[in-house]
Ligand binder design. Structure first.
Ligand code: MG
Length: 389
């Protein structure tokens, strides 16, 4: 069995750094997509691929062994994150394919997170790995389609990553190798921008694995390139040499995909823990806003509107944050209608606990006006007034 491969990584069109790492060497192919503040994502993905390279040298013969190696990489990253506060909470996805030779050669694939390994066989692209992501769970439950998942606003939430916890559950898959098979490993920067159908079209177009990898990255960038994109393409050739043609380099002036509309925010990868933190933070802010809102809308008071008419407002004098008072009851009474004894009540924005109390006071105003022998005695007990929060 003869293998031929190509690989490339690109920062993309939006990001300022590349947190992806990869390995492409005889028999071992890995893509890792790091996450974490500062440069911690880069550190995590680099640690993952380094750990994989070192471990694979000792030989991987089956899926169980590959799983152990990935779990050891998890421990390495987790320990490093505890040792350096700047790297606290760093993590990385990882998808790895090891080619195990033998009478019946096999691909052994491991996966944690939402980088992917695809098998391209007989012109058909199929996913070997299953994403560990929130949107994949929605797809599994039949709530959204694969296409909806690709553009879902929560597609950045990964449900598993290396380095986040002391232990990690690693998916492994075994696949018998056939001549002509092509494996494609990639970070989510590719699949978020390029549909499986368009990936297939590029793979069909380029027999050379390096050109195929570079073209896929180019297409992702042409479609927006909102994330780092890494692609590894591995071809299984006949034992007897099956030299690939070297087609001309892809024409960069003709992207195959129409770029996505501008303005969409770049995806920021977060773990479930971070998602939980932010949703709690958002919930706290929302509940604080609703408490303020209840307070801001809880009182009634008297005042003159812009036309000088006596008005009962609901809310707080001057408003609270963006909760402006609203008109509850409007009268035809003007300043000049009011006896002095009650004018002061309007001018000082006398307040009430309820709309009905405010209306009772309006009745009193009208009686006071008719009865020009003014009295300042309010029909409403002092306990009815409310100025405290
Ligand atoms: Mg990514």
């Amino acid at each position: 069995m003869k293998l031929s491969w190509g690989a490339t990584t690109d920062m993309g069109m939006v990001r300022q750094q590349n947190e992806d790492s990869f390995v492409a060497e005889e028999g071992l192919y890995v893509v890792a997509d790091g996450m974490g503040g500062h440069n911690a994502g880069e550190v995590a993905s680099a640690l993952a691929v380094t750990a994989m390279r070192a471990a694979v040298k000792s030989g991987i013969t089956d899926a169980m062994r590959l799983r152990e190696v990935v779990q050891a990489a998890n421990t390495t990253i987790y320990t490093a994150s505890l040792d350096d506060s700047a790297q606290s909470g760093m993590g990385t996805t990882l998808t790895a394919a090891v080619v195990v030779p033998g009478e019946e050669p096999r691909f052994v694939v491991a996966n944690v997170g939402d980088s992917r390994t695809y098998l391209f066989r007989d012109g058909v692209l199929s996913r070997v790995s299953v994403d560990h992501s929130y949107v994949q769970e929605l797809v599994n439950e039949g709530l959204i389609s694969e296409e909806e998942a690709r553009v879902h606003p929560r597609r950045n939430i990964v449900t598993r990553a290396l380095g986040i916890d002391r232990a990690v559950s690693v998916d492994v898959f075994t696949q018998v190798v056939r001549t002509g098979d092509r494996l494609v490993l990639c970070s989510d920067g590719l699949v978020d921008e390029v549909s499986d159908a368009d990936i297939t079209a590029v793979l069909l177009q380029h027999r050379d694995p390096q050109l195929a990898a570079e073209s896929l990255v180019m297409v992702a960038n042409a479609a927006g390139g909102r994330d780092n994109t890494t692609v590894v393409v591995v071809d299984v050739l006949d034992d007897v040499s099956d030299p690939v043609e070297s087609p001309p380099a892809p024409d960069r002036t003709e992207p195959m995909i129409v770029p996505a509309p501008a303005g969409e925010r770049p995806k920021r990868r977060i773990t479930v823990g971070a998602a939980l933190f932010w949703s709690l933070a958002v919930a706290l802010v929302l509940s604080a806003i609703s408490v303020v809102g209840v307070y801001a809308r809880s009182g009634y008071y008297l005042g003159f509107d812009d036309d000088g008419l006596v008005t009962v407002y609901r809310g707080r004098v001057g408003g609270v944050l963006w909760f402006d008072p609203t008109v509850d009851t409007q009268t035809e009474l003007t300043r000049s209608d009011l006896p002095e004894g009650v004018l002061v009540d309007v001018e000082t924005n006398r307040s009430f606990a309820s709309s009905s109390q405010a209306r009772k006071f309006l009745e009193f105003l009208k009686i006071a006006i008719i009865d020009s022998t003014t009295t300042t005695t309010s029909p409403i007990a002092d306990s009815a007034t409310t100025t405290s929060g």
